[in-house]
Write a protein that binds this ligand. Structure first.
Ligand code: WTA
Length: 727
């Protein structure tokens, strides 16, 4: 590939401000443009190449990584030793002897023989130089409440005291699991780093998940201690969060896992935001307990590089969530390296990532990565548009944030609610990130021109919970940006696109297929907690070339995303190819939702499909067939289903619509045709349904959903086009 010089001027912005009506039109056009014309050859035609935009020279001049030779240093010839460059950003108690051990594929081991502690690397080692520097700045949602500025020294003290509590009061030791059900408060990183200090494996469950979802994850990880908080703010409301802990403990116990202690942080010291009573002997206020541990110091435990650091649950194709188990040495090396080169985090950075620490982005790029590099990481408690769409920009202006990181859903939301807000505030980003979903080029342009004021380099980072850190992205000072494309493989990451039969799709052909990574990398998860068979089956079986081989080249990692690669080596990610819906950047399994529906007694059958949503990307729609005799109670039952989904999974899974249908479209063997339901929901052509067992029901459902008039969107977005097809 040719290396372009940075002297090239930005092209004239294709971006122009659009009215809401025009915007909708653009959305529709985009769906059309981006949709593939059913044959792969046509995709290339429909894939409109966007303009390249070069990073500002001011950015390049100060960048951590501006040397194009980095790609050579991380080339396949230098693999796996190249990753020493990342590992050397950490402080090791003992250096490793083997960079990559492939003796038991695909259970790769990185930096074998090495020992280190993650908490030490994120805090202790910075004290000498930076003890008075802000490690975390926490911005509460209510604007009248002041920020909490936590210096590295203060963070060190809090981590030590809480670690002493975990060890001496809660009785936890190295290798035990502890579940957190915490929102965006500084007590969450404190809890994480206190666990890491002792080699306790933390499992943080996203705060917006229901108590029941938390209980399922407690059981799966066999935790005996739950750490939670009484309440937190969301859209101006102080949420009663402790109530979820009671449900979680009950649920875990029903499943056979007993929680001995619930440790409850308090949002406001000395007050209690919850109506749920504290259970004697089980529930304890952390602030009360901490009085006993004032001034306590806990030696960080030197952990083997391959010791698990944490578990992060994510959705898959079956109802049961998967616990992605991440290592200490490999993971921390990878997030430190990518935070430095891709996020361009310097110790002086004031870095605001608006993801939630309850998801992998927050673990890697709010807590572990930025703190490993001694940066100031800003955490915001609440909703980006609260109390108005100027909020993030006010935070940025006041704290002088220079690096900003968020997801397309927030960008769309902020654009919709306040397209002209960024211009009103005097902040300057040098760098911005988009992550978690495909970003429409038009939305990208608003981000670049309005939010970034043309001053910031943008990276579109593609990766997953399972990956620890970025897989595809531009290196911001080296490669130009292309709206809507993530970019080439990261240094040391060698992507490949296969077709369904395992045949490699020609590089740079612009043809769609299943993106895989040919090689292991330090941030890759180690296994699915407690289910190594599912790990192998889900991620490696499909494209494994020889299951007896100990050569990593025979074990490509199957990501579960559709993608295409342009001539210039940039990858454009199309979305999930499995039964996972990416709702506002949150991964939800359709099977999880269907199982929740089926717990409602009146429901006979349930099918969940994704539909396009202007702000959230994709949202779930639910189809229900009732048991006989309930035909007249549809409305009531639909409400019951919504309530059930919210209590089993959480509000994020709330369906856009629930349709009670006379019957599900089925094959002759009785399988529900989700493909047909998806086509109807998204107004695509349903295709040939004559082979169905009950073809006549298709038109009935279509009228129910779309009304009598038929309006067909000609081309489906790539991820939806094949949704629900037999694989
Ligand atoms: C999607 C989030 C397009 C993708 C870090 C992936 C993206 C899933 C991008 C993982 C991106 C993530 N462009 N799509 N830049 N980043 N995705 O596990 O479908 O919550 O498989 O990890 O999000 O979601 P997860």
């Amino acid at each position: 590939m040719k290396q372009k010089k940075h002297t090239k001027k930005d092209k004239k912005p294709a971006y122009k401000k659009t009215s809401q009506k025009e915007e909708n039109k653009t959305m529709a056009n985009e769906i059309k443009q981006n949709g593939k014309g059913f044959s792969e050859a046509e995709i290339a035609v429909h894939w409109k190449e966007e303009e390249l935009i070069y990073p500002p020279s001011t950015f390049v001049a100060q960048a951590n990584m501006a040397d194009p030779k980095v790609y050579e240093r991380f080339s396949e010839k230098k693999f796996p030793e190249c990753f020493k460059e990342y590992a050397d950003m950490l402080t090791w108690d003992r250096y490793w002897h083997t960079t990559l051990d492939t003796s038991n594929p695909p259970f790769w081991k990185w930096f074998v023989g090495g020992k280190l502690n993650a908490s030490y690397n994120c805090v202790d080692r910075h004290l000498q130089q930076y003890k008075n520097k802000a490690a975390l700045i926490w911005v509460p949602e209510p604007e009248e409440e002041s920020d909490a500025v936590i210096t590295y020294q203060e963070l060190f003290v809090r981590i030590n005291e809480f670690a002493a509590l975990l060890r001496d009061f809660a009785g936890l030791k190295t290798g035990d699991r502890v579940t957190f059900h915490m929102p965006m408060v500084p007590e969450l990183p404190v809890s994480m780093l206190a666990s890491a200090r002792l080699g306790i494996i933390h499992s943080e469950v996203y705060g917006g998940f229901s108590g029941q979802a938390c209980g399922d994850r407690i059981q799966d990880s066999q935790s005996t201690v739950l750490v939670t908080i009484d309440g937190y703010y969301r859209s101006g409301t102080l949420i009663d969060h402790k109530a979820n802990a009671d449900i979680a403990v009950k649920r875990a116990e029903e499943l056979g896992q007993k929680i001995d202690k619930v440790l409850v942080w308090r949002r406001h010291k000395g007050q209690y935001a919850s109506k749920s009573p504290m259970v004697k002997g089980r529930d304890f206020f952390v602030d009360d307990l901490l009085k006993e541990f004032k001034g306590a110091r806990v030696e960080p435990i030197s952990m083997p590089a391959e010791a698990p650091l944490f578990i992060m649950y994510t959705s898959g194709t079956t109802g049961k969530p998967k616990g992605a188990q991440h290592s200490t040495g490999g993971y921390l090396s990878y997030v430190a390296g990518t935070s430095k080169y891709i996020q361009d985090i310097h110790p002086e950075a004031v870095y605001l990532c608006m993801a939630d620490i309850g998801w992998i982005t927050g673990h890697s790029y709010i807590v572990y990565g930025p703190l490993a590099l001694a940066a100031t990481s800003v955490m915001y408690e609440g909703v980006p548009t609260f109390p108005d769409a100027g909020r993030p920009w006010r935070i940025a202006e006041r704290l002088n944030v220079n690096i900003f990181h968020t997801a397309p859903t927030s960008i769309r939301m902020l654009r919709k609610a306040g397209p002209n807000e960024p211009a009103k505030y005097n902040y300057h980003f040098k760098h911005m990130t988009t992550v978690g979903e495909p970003i429409e080029p038009d939305v990208w342009r608003w981000y670049y021109y309005e939010v970034g004021k043309k001053e910031a380099a943008i990276v579109d980072t593609w990766w997953q919970t399972e990956n620890g850190g970025f897989l595809c992205s531009t290196i911001p000072a080296i490669k130009p940006m292309k709206p809507g494309s993530a970019g080439p493989g990261m240094p040391g990451i060698y992507p490949v696109i296969y077709d369904e039969n395992g045949k490699e799709i020609e590089r740079g052909s612009g043809r769609a297929g299943n993106i895989c990574i040919r090689n292991p990398w330090p941030g890759i998860f180690q296994t699915i907690w407690g289910d190594p068979d599912r790990f192998v089956k889900t991620y490696y079986e499909k494209y494994c070339k020889n299951k007896n081989s100990k050569d990593w080249r025979d074990w490509p990692y199957f990501a579960g995303d559709g993608a295409m690669e342009a001539e210039d080596g940039y990858f454009r990610i199309l979305g999930r190819i499995d039964d996972v819906i990416n709702v506002a950047g949150h991964r939800l399994g359709t099977k999880e939702l269907e199982s929740a529906c089926l717990t409602v007694p009146e429901v006979a059958e349930a099918a969940v499909v994704p539909v396009v949503d202007e702000v959230k990307g994709r949202v779930p729609v639910v189809y229900i067939a009732l048991k006989p005799g309930y035909e007249n109670e549809g409305e009531k039952i639909a409400q019951k289903i919504v309530a059930t989904i919210e209590s089993v999974i959480g509000k994020i899974a709330r369906p856009k619509n629930i349709y009670i249908v006379p019957d599900m479209p089925k094959t002759r063997s009785g399988k529900i045709m989700r493909r047909v339901l998806s086509a109807i929901s998204n107004r695509f052509n349903v295709g040939d349904v004559t082979t169905l067992a009950n073809a006549d029901v298709v038109e009935k459902i279509r009228v129910l959903v779309q009304g009598k008039d038929k309006v067909i969107v000609e081309k489906a977005p790539e991820d939806l086009e094949h949704f629900g097809e037999e694989k």
